[in-house]
Write a protein that binds this ligand. Structure first.
Ligand SMILES: [Zn+2]
Length: 173
């Protein structure tokens, strides 16, 4: 009877311990053993902590408050300049030149500094979009491309984007 109570208690503790972590999305179960299998009274639970990566596609923790993810999900109405399967282009709301577009990957990537090898095709699509936008320009078709990475460089939305500027002489750099 004593053993039975102890077994039930350890099972309850194990149930809640695992669920607290796994429901919070902080860990995944690796191994769990109860006292019965080892003849002792120590509960053994092994979990692997899982820290969300910056560019996990569809990671709710990373994208819930991201204004660009909301735009891509059409939760915010904006004028779309161009788009394809990987990339969206919108106008900057505070333009620094007559033409000021933002080229945004549909996948949530925090910035250049968090790029991974698997993201390279997406960046390639972004650059091909730049070329397409440039061909659509009138006049000299000259443009400037800017990427800010980190708050000290002026990045204010932490979802990778290129600033595409044109329509005036920019000889100050
Ligand atoms: Zn995002």
């Amino acid at each position: 009877m004593f053993f039975f109570k102890r077994f039930v208690l350890s099972s309850i503790i194990r149930y809640y311990t695992l669920n607290i972590f796994t429901i919070a999305g902080m860990a995944e179960l690796v191994d769990a053993r109860d006292s019965k299998s080892r003849g002792g009274d120590t509960l053994s639970v092994r979990v692997r902590l899982s820290v969300p990566k910056n560019n996990d596609k569809g990671s709710a923790m990373e994208t819930a408050d991201c204004i660009f993810c909301k735009i891509i999900a059409r939760q915010l109405p904006v004028e779309i300049v161009a788009k394809n399967d990987e990339v969206l282009v919108i106008k900057d709301i505070a333009p620094k030149a007559p033409v000021h577009y933002l080229i945004i990957p549909k996948k949530h990537i925090t910035g250049i500094s968090s790029l991974e090898q698997a993201d390279i095709p997406i960046v390639g699509e972004m650059l091909l979009m730049v070329k397409k936008l440039a061909k659509g320009l009138s006049g000299s078709q000259a443009f400037r491309l800017i990427v800010n990475d980190g708050p000290d460089a002026g990045q204010s939305v932490f979802h990778l984007h290129f600033h595409f500027l044109s329509g005036k002489k920019m000889l100050d750099f």
